[in-house]
Design a protein around this ligand. Sequence first.
Ligand SMILES: *Cc1c(COP(=O)(O)O)cnc(C)c1O
Length: 232
Amino acid sequence: MSVGENLKKIKDSVEEITKSCGREPNSVKILPISKTVDAEVVKEAITYGLESAGENKPQELVKKYEVIGDQIKWHLVGQLQSNKVRQIIDKVDLIHSVDRISLCDELEKRAQRIGRIVEILIQVNITKEETKSGVYEEFAEELIEDISKNYNNIKVVGLMTMAPNTDDEQVIRDCFRGLKKLAEKIDSLSLENVEMRELSMGMSGDYKIAIEEGATIIRIGTAIFGPRKKSE
Ligand SMILES: *Cc1c(COP(=O)(O)O)cnc(C)c1O
């Protein structure tokens, strides 16, 4: 299958799933994840209607941005070190992976410097897997309150999580449900400069469950671009 066909297939699949769970098809955005995919392949995908792409490494995002630029919207979905913020701040539409206040310090400083408001999601480690980044649920509220109080150039627009790599559908569903619940709780606090507009959850293997549980952004890599060259 080609990337164009895969894109179409995912779109159709999202439409079907949203319909079957009573959601509007356009309430779920597909974010193709282009990590390890050649810039040329991404460029070709633009001709099939690709409008955005997510990368998990700042350096790789910068490299592809140099080739493709603003033809599509770029999202950073992977770990971000403070010393990499400067390279990506003027290139990204949304950062999905903010999980600590020290990173916010740097984001605020760099966003101020280029006169922009950066939109971010708070990554939450719902299942507390040691190998995963993300703030634990019980500390998320405090982190978001801190951001709301102390920064003007950072805007929290939702939450992101990664489900455990398991065949147990209930474990995955509980994880997504937990993120949604947390978003509702935070929303009820009506914090200044904080919106719970986006829930970034679900990947190639579990996006159906994520949509059923309220995802607004699904991050799809292999189901669009095929198996990755190297393991991530
Ligand atoms: C790689 C990656 C994805 C996409 O994973 P697939 O299983 O290939 O769809 C989604 N989110 C993050 C954060 C990733 O690093």
